[in-house]
Design a protein around this ligand. Structure first.
Ligand code: ANZ
Ligand code: ZN
Length: 882
C-alpha cells in the first residue's frame, strides 16, 4: 500500500472520474452486506422505501442521504450497520400508466425499479442490496396473505358493508383521489355512493395500547409526531346517556355530561334508525337524509360544512326533567362516531350554537362564564361551575359526573365510557395492482380463508387494465376455484389489499428477506429488530407509522417478532422547496415554468430581482418558494445535479442547507458552494501530497501504524509550536463536534459547518518543517474521515493516498491532550478600567501574569505610581490598583 501513499491525487476534482469506480469497489468487496446475526454492537438504520414512480425526486435524495450519513457514521464507530432498501411496489399509479400507455403494471413497475435502483446506486448509498425487497412479488406478499388468514381466524379481521365511490360509466370503484369535484377522473361521470362488503382490520382493539405505548417513544420520536398520533387515536372519556322515548330509547355519547341540564334538542345522523323511522312517512325528510348521505364522509369536511338540518317531528324525554325534546336530523352528526346521536347544548358547543341560531332553537346557559364573556354571541365551551341546573347547581365537572352516575346509572340511563376517534381499518380495494385478499366466497359456506398450503394467491402479471373495473373480476382463470371446506365451485375474492398493508411490515422482512419459513426468521428478527433509526417524511406521521406500529403488535401477538414497537428513534425530514415562476394566461389560469427554464437577475445577497423565460427572453412572475411539486412545476431533477456536480456535492448540499427536520430551500448558489468546498479540500490534500516532505518515510509510519490511535506526540518528539497546537486543537474539537452533532443532536448542517472551519484552519496553516507536516497530515486525515459520511466517494479516493482504506478504518478518537488550550487571553485593567490584553501560556503563574501585564506599553502609560494592590483572577484578568 505504500505505493498508493506516494501517489499524488490528480490536480482537479472530477467526481465523474471517481464516483463510479468507488461504487464498483464497494460492490466488488460487498462492503455494506450486513450479517443475518451480527456480533457486537449493531444498528438498523432505515429510510422509508420509495414508491417506484419512475425516477427519484429531491425528497428521496434528502431522505436517503440523511439515512446514509447516519449509517456511515455508525459504521465508522465500529458498529455492524444494516441499511436495506426496497420498493413499495403496488399501487394506483401503475394502473394509471397502464391505461395511458397500454403497458402491464408489472412491467412498468419493474422497469422503474431497475432505473431507480441505478439512480440510488449513483448516490453512493451504503445499502445492503442483497436485502432488496419488492412488495409486488409473491415471495413477499405470500406472508402478508398468511398473516391475513391468521388474523381472520382470530376475528381480528372481519367483513362488513361500507360505502365506496362508484363511477356509473366506467362501472368501477374509485379511490378518493380519483374523484375530482365529485366526478370520475376518467369518465367525468357524477360519482355515486354504493355499499359493498369490505374487509376490516380491528385496529380499534389496539387503540388503548397504541396510545399508551407512545409514552415509551418519547425519547426517540419528535414530540409533534407523538401529538399527531395521540390526536388521531383521539381518546375521549365521557358518558353514554339514554333519553327515553315512545319511539325507542335514544342513547348519545357526550364528553360533557355536566351540560345535561342545558340540552334543548337532540340531533341524529341521517343514517340513524330514528331518522329512517321518521323518514318513512315524510318524503321531504327522506330527501334531506338522502342528500346528507351523498355528502362527504371526511370528518374535516363535516366540521366545516354549513350546518343543515330538519326536524323529525319525533320527541324524546330529558332523563332528569322528563321534558320533551325535539329530535332533529343534522348534517354535522356522524353515524360512525359514538352512537350517531348528540345531546345538543347550544350555549356550550359551537356547532350546536350555530345550528340553534339558524333554526331558532332555544339556547340555555348552564355553566357560569367570566364577567367579560358574551354568551349571546358565542358558545362558552370551557368547563366551570353549574348554574340553572336545579339540584346540580354549584357543582363542578367531576361533581356532576359523579352525581349523574349515581342518579341515572341504576336506571340504566348513564354509563361512563371511553370513546376513540380511531376507526377500524378498511383494507379492501377494488383494484388490480395489489396483493390479492386470500379469501374464497362460497354460496354454501360464506367466506372461507385460503388454506395455508395454497398460499400465495398469485396475482397474474400479464394484465393491462383498461380503466373499466377490476380486471381480476373478469378473469375466470383467476377467480374460479373450489371451496376449501365443501369442495363446491366457489369464487375467489377479487379485491386486493390497501397498499398501506405492505408498507406496514417491510421493515421486519428486511431482517431476513429470503426467508421461506415465515414473515421473518426468528433469529434474524431477534438480532435486528426493532429498527434503531427510522427516517422519513412527516407526511407519514399518522397513517403509515400508526399502521406499522399496529402491525408490529399483531406480529408480536402472532409470535413473529418481539417487543412492542417497531421504530426506536424517528427522524422526520422537512420538505424540499424551490422557487416558482408563472405567467397568467388570457383565461386567468397560471402557467408554471420550471426553474431550469428560467434565467434570473439577482442582487449581491442572491435575492431574485427579475426572472425571464430562457426560450423567449420575456419576463415571468416570481411565485416564491414552494414545496417541489408537479402542480407548481418547480421540481429540480436530482439526476441533473448528480450529472453536473457529482453525488458528493448533491449530498453535501442537501445536508448543509438546513437542519434535517426543517424545510430546505433549493438554491443553485448553495449547490455551487458545496461543490467549491469539496474542490478546496481536494486541492488541500493535493498540495499536502505534493509537498517536499511527502517523501519522508516516517510520515507514512504515522498514517499506517499510528493512526487512528492519535499518538502524534509519539511521532513528533519535538515540542509543538503554538500554531501546531492550535491546529491540533481545532482538529480534535472538530472530531468531538461531529460525533455529538451526528449522534446526539442529528444536526448535520452544523457538522458540515465545522468541517468547513477545519478546512479553513488547514488553509491558514503553514508547513515549514516535518513536524508541521505531520500536524497537517493528522488534520487532513481527520477531516476526510469525518467528511466521509457526507462525501464518501471523495473521502475514500483521497484517504487511499494516505494509505487508509475508508471501509476498514474507524472514526478518529479525540485526543484529550490536544484539546487543552496552550494560551489564553488575559484582560489587563488599571484601577478597574480595561487598558489592554495579553495572550499568556495557560500554565502561567500569578507572578508571571502580573509581570507580563506590567510590561505592556499600553498599560505602563497608566501606571503613574507604585501599585497598591494587584489582583489576579485565574485564566481571566489582572487588575492593577495604583
Ligand atoms: C354534549 C356536549 C356539550 C358536547 C358541550 C360537547 C360540548 P370528542 O371530544 O371529539 O370525543 N358528538 C357525539 N357523537 C357525535 C357524532 N356522532 N357526531 C358528531 N358529534 C358527536 O367529541 C365528543 C362530543 O362530540 C360529544 O360531547 C358530542 O357533543 C359530540 F358543551 O355532547 B357533546
Ligand atoms: Zn363451501
Amino acid at each position: 500500500m505504500t505505493d498508493a501513499a506516494s501517489a499524488i491525487a490528480p490536480t482537479d476534482y472530477q467526481p465523474a472520474a471517481i464516483e463510479p469506480s468507488v461504487q464498483a469497489d464497494w460492490h466488488a468487496r460487498q462492503c455494506f452486506a450486513a450479517p443475518d446475526q451480527p456480533t457486537g454492537p449493531h444498528r438498523y438504520v432505515l429510510s422509508m422505501f420509495p414508491y417506484p414512480s419512475g425516477k427519484l425526486h429531491m425528497g428521496h435524495v434528502r431522505n436517503y442521504t440523511i439515512g446514509d450519513v447516519m449509517s456511515r457514521f455508525y459504521r465508522l464507530k465500529g458498529e455492524n450497520v444494516m441499511q436495506p432498501m426496497g420498493w413499495d411496489a403496488f399501487g394506483l399509479p401503475a394502473e394509471n400508466a397502464a391505461i395511458a400507455h397500454n403497458v402491464a403494471p408489472a412491467k412498468w413497475t419493474f422497469e422503474n425499479i431497475d432505473y431507480m435502483r441505478n439512480q440510488l446506486k449513483s448516490l453512493g448509498l451504503a445499502v445492503d442490496w442483497n436485502r432488496e425487497v419488492a412488495t409486488c412479488t409473491p415471495e413477499y406478499y405470500r406472508w402478508e396473505q398468511w398473516l391475513f388468514v391468521q388474523l381472520y381466524k382470530k376475528g381480528l379481521i372481519y367483513r362488513k358493508l361500507s360505502t365506496v365511490n362508484w363511477d356509473p360509466i366506467d362501472q368501477t370503484v374509485l379511490a378518493n383521489e380519483q374523484v375530482i369535484d365529485g366526478r370520475g377522473w376518467r369518465s367525468g361521470a357524477l360519482v355515486e355512493k354504493r355499499d359493498i362488503p369490505m374487509y376490516y382490520f380491528r385496529i380499534t382493539d389496539y387503540a388503548q395500547e397504541l396510545l399508551d405505548d407512545l409514552d415509551t417513544l418519547a425519547d426517540g420520536w419528535p414530540q409533534q409526531v407523538i401529538a399527531m398520533q395521540k390526536n388521531w387515536i383521539g381518546r375521549s372519556t365521557g358518558m353514554d346517556i339514554t333519553f327515553p322515548s315512545v319511539h325507542g330509547d335514544l342513547t348519545v355519547f357526550t364528553t360533557r355530561p355536566d351540560t345535561l341540564m342545558g340540552v334543548t334538542y337532540v340531533a341524529v345522523a341521517a343514517e340513524h334508525p330514528l331518522a329512517i323511522q321518521a323518514s318513512s312517512n315524510n318524503p321531504a325528510l327522506k330527501a334531506f337524509c338522502d342528500e346528507c348521505r351523498m355528502g362527504s364522509v371526511a370528518e374535516a369536511d363535516v366540521a366545516t360544512a354549513d350546518k343543515k338540518g330538519m326536524a323529525t317531528g319525533l320527541f324524546v324525554q330529558h332523563p332528569v326533567t322528563g321534558e320533551d325534546l325535539p329530535v332533529w336530523v343534522a348534517n354535522y352528526v356522524l353515524m360512525t362516531y359514538g352512537s350517531g346521536a348528540v345531546m345538543a347544548v347550544a350555549a356550550h358547543d359551537e356547532r350546536d350554537f350555530e345550528f340553534a341560531q339558524q333554526y331558532n332553537l332555544p339556547i340555555k346557559q348552564v355553566i357560569a362564564t367570566p364577567d367579560d364573556f358574551d354568551i349571546s354571541t358565542t358558545a362558552y365551551t370551557e368547563r366551570g361551575i353549574l348554574i340553572n341546573s336545579g339540584e346540580f347547581d354549584g357543582l363542578d365537572f367531576d361533581g356532576v359526573f359523579a352525581a349523574l352516575e349515581a342518579k341515572l346509572a341504576p336506571k340504566g340511563q348513564a354509563t361512563a365510557k371511553v370513546q376513540f376517534r380511531l376507526r377500524d381499518w378498511g383494507v379492501s380495494r377494488q383494484r388490480y395492482w395489489g396483493c390479492p385478499i386470500p379469501m374464497i366466497n362460497c354460496d354454501a359456506c360464506g367466506q372461507v380463508p385460503v388454506p395455508e398450503d395454497q398460499l400465495p394467491v398469485v396475482l397474474p402479471t400479464d394484465v393491462v387494465p383498461d380503466g373499466s373495473g377490476n380486471p381480476l373480476a373478469k378473469m375466470p382463470s383467476f377467480y374460479e376455484t373450489t371451496c376449501p371446506s365443501c369442495a363446491a365451485p366457489a369464487r375467489r375474492e377479487t379485491d386486493t389489499l390497501d397498499t398501506f398493508v405492505e408498507s406496514s411490515w417491510y421493515y421486519a422482512r428486511y431482517a431476513s428477506p429470503q426467508y421461506q419459513g415465515g414473515m421473518v426468521d426468528p433469529a434474524a428478527a431477534q438480532s435486528w429488530l426493532p429498527v434503531d433509526q427510522y427516517v422519513g417524511g412527516v407526511e407519514h406521521a399518522i397513517l403509515h407509522l400508526l399502521y406499522a406500529r399496529f402491525f408490529h403488535k399483531l406480529m408480536r401477538d402472532e409470535g413473529v417478532v418481539q417487543g412492542n414497537e417497531p421504530f426506536k428513534r424517528l427522524l422526520t425530514q422537512g420538505m424540499v422547496l424551490a422557487d416558482t415562476f408563472y405567467r397568467t394566461n388570457d383565461a386567468g389560469k397560471k402557467i408554471w415554468f420550471n426553474p431550469a427554464d428560467v434565467e434570473l437577475d439577482k442582487d449581491e445577497k442572491s435575492r431574485i430581482l427579475a426572472a425571464r423565460l430562457k426560450s423567449d427572453g420575456q419576463p415571468v412572475e416570481i411565485g416564491g418558494m414552494e414545496k417541489m411539486s408537479k402542480s407548481k412545476n418547480n421540481g429540480v431533477d436530482p439526476q441533473a445535479i448528480i450529472d453536473q456536480y457529482g453525488a458528493d456535492t448533491a449530498r453535501v448540499f442537501m445536508m448543509f442547507a438546513a437542519p434535517p427536520d426543517q424545510s430546505l430551500e433549493w438554491s443553485d448558489a448553495g449547490v455551487e458552494g458545496a461543490h467549491r468546498f469539496l474542490k478546496r479540500v481536494w486541492r488541500q490534500v493535493n498540495k499536502h501530497l505534493s509537498s517536499e516532505f511527502s517523501t519522508q518515510k516516517n510520515v507514512f509510519r504515522f498514517s499506517q501504524e499510528l493512526f487512528p490511535s492519535t499518538l502524534l506526540s509519539a511521532f513528533v518528539s519535538k515540542d509543538l509550536t503554538t500554531d501546531d497546537k492550535d491546529l491540533r486543537r481545532k482538529t480534535h474539537e472538530t472530531i468531538a463536534k461531529i460525533e455529538s452533532d451526528i449522534h446526539d443532536r442529528q444536526s448535520f448542517n452544523t457538522a458540515i459547518a465545522a468541517l468547513m472551519e477545519l478546512s479553513n484552519a488547514i488553509g491558514k496553516f503553514e508547513v515549514r518543517n516535518l513536524t508541521n507536516y505531520a500536524v497537517e497530515r493528522e488534520a487532513l486525515i481527520c477531516l476526510l474521515i469525518s467528511l466521509s459520511p457526507f462525501a464518501p466517494h471523495m473521502a475514500q479516493t483521497l484517504l487511499h493516498h494516505f494509505d487508509i482504506d475508508l471501509i476498514s478504518t474507524t472514526f478518529p478518537a479525540v485526543d484529550p491532550s490536544a484539546l487543552v488550550k496552550s494560551t489564553q487571553t488575559i484582560v489587563v485593567q488599571v484601577n478597574g478600567k480595561r487598558r489592554g490584553q495579553l495572550d499568556a501560556p495557560v500554565e502561567s503563574s500569578e507572578d508571571e501574569l502580573k509581570a507580563m501585564a506590567k510590561a505592556l506599553p499600553e498599560v505602563q502609560a497608566f501606571l503613574t505610581g507604585p501599585t497598591k494592590k494587584e489582583i489576579v483572577v485565574k485564566n481571566k484578568l489582572v487588575n492593577l490598583v495604583v
